[in-house]
Design a protein. Structure first.
Ligand SMILES: CC(C)(COP(=O)(O)OP(=O)(O)OC[C@H]1O[C@@H](n2cnc3c(N)ncnc32)[C@H](O)[C@@H]1OP(=O)(O)O)[C@@H](O)C(=O)NCCC(=O)NCCS
Length: 155
């Protein structure tokens, strides 16, 4: 899990919200709004991946007791396909690996790039939530995926 030269990961702050919205609006059909990002930054663990001073991707996750949840991940379109999404997901898994036994997430059934990313990191399909998301034509189902952390410590 290494980052290419010139890239750096740092904690997100409330000052990043505008750029987080900008990144997500570019790559997601129904992006989070400012309220959702603000609440997430207060309650969850949020990171921004920068190239130089410019934010190009972000990661938001949470952990309750021994269960973690990936809440949002996005890479600016001009930086996709370069391993940044995989880096962020690996970072999340590494961050929770000492204290969590599993990581859950929800993803649109039509989001093939994200599903491929998760399947490549040992996430497995464990359920569905019918009509969970707003869709272009009506509602769209969510896949629930889980990654079991290997050799979790006793807690
Ligand atoms: C999903 C997302 C974060 C992937 O980021 P990325 O930096 O492009 O991904 P990477 O370059 O690290 O690729 C990692 C893996 O993801 C999968 N992947 C990424 N883009 C893909 C595409 N267009 N088609 C199919 N698989 C793709 C592949 O399995 C890839 O592994 P490989 O390179 O060995 O083939 C990015 O597409 C994105 O921001 N999407 C919009 C936001 C979103 O959908 N977030 C998820 C919400 S649940």
């Amino acid at each position: 899990m290494t980052l290419k030269a010139g890239f750096a990961l740092r904690l997100a702050t409330l000052d990043d919200i505008a750029v987080l919205i900008k990144i997500e609006s570019e790559v997601s059909p129904f992006p989070w709004n400012a309220k959702q990002f603000t609440e997430s930054l207060h309650k969850h663990r949020a990171y921004v991946l920068c190239k130089g001073n410019r934010a190009v991707a972000f990661l938001i996750f949470n952990q309750v007791v021994d269960e973690a949840e990936l809440l949002n991940i996005a890479v600016k379109s001009s930086f996709q396909g370069e391993g940044l999404g995989a880096y962020l997901l690996d970072y999340c898994l590494a961050e929770v690996s000492a204290t969590a036994v599993s990581v859950f997430l929800e993803v649109r059934v039509s989001n093939f790039p994200a599903i491929a990313l998760y399947e490549g990191r040992s996430f497995r399909h464990v359920g569905e939530r019918k009509a969970y998301y707003h869709g272009e034509s009506g509602r769209e189902d969510a896949l629930v995926m889980r990654c079991d952390i290997e050799s979790p410590p006793a807690i």
